[in-house]
Design a protein around this ligand. Sequence first.
Ligand code: ADP
Ligand code: ADP
Length: 224
Amino acid sequence: MDLKGLTKTYGTGTTAVAALGPIDLTVAPGEFLVLVGASGCGKSTLLRLVGGLDSPTAGTVSIAGDAAVPGRNVGVVFQQPRLLPWRTVGGNVELALRYAGVPRAERRDRAADLLDRVGLPDVARRRVWEISGGQQQRVAIARALAAPTPVLLMDEPFAALDALTRERLQDDVRQVGAESGRTTVFVTHSPDEAAVLGTRIVVLSRHPGRIAADLASPLSRDAD
Ligand code: ADP
Ligand code: ADP
């Protein structure tokens, strides 16, 4: 994944806010980049630009030479889960499996396994609006694990979860990333989470957000 001169200004004229950049960053396949920085430094802006959910004022995002297309070459898990309300919970996960090329006959069982992993063994047949916001968030994580897009963007995905579920999902996300050579960009406010998950830690400064530090993870760890 390559970011070149990536810049975002919100608004125009006297109300313009220079929110981000220019950012130049290359992230290799399999890298787990943790993005940290003070509130308002532009972390969410960076993820929205990389995820193709908002347009930069200047600069480019390239994923193996292509533009970012959510769901196809980039997966996103933000604080607000965006599930398809006309599908069941299991159906949302099965759709991601279909995009990932999993044969129809295997999808239901695989979806059930993934929902089990995120601590939701009994909700596959429920409608999205019948489960809580926190549960919807876990479904969004299950969906991200189902379809290993080359790039995964996560904006504090575990903030609202209990410690046990959080630890299990940290392991899953890290393992899926390592197995599939997936590039992960993960925003967190937790130094512990940054140290446990990141192979690389990028710190943004503020006004506008720029790269202040780009570090290898302080923890070395064995390959699984
Ligand atoms: P972070 O995720 O690090 O908290 P953000 O990317 O949310 O930072 O915000 C970076 C800066 O851009 C902040 O000054 C914020 O107020 C501003 N900003 C973010 N989104 C918008 C928007 N849609 N319109 C105007 N300003 C925005
Ligand atoms: P989320 O991070 O939950 O996806 P949003 O995408 O709505 O939230 O906004 C991201 C950040 O940008 C938030 O920190 C929010 O405060 C800030 N922001 C959004 N809209 C504006 C705005 N019009 N002016 C200033 N900041 C904004």
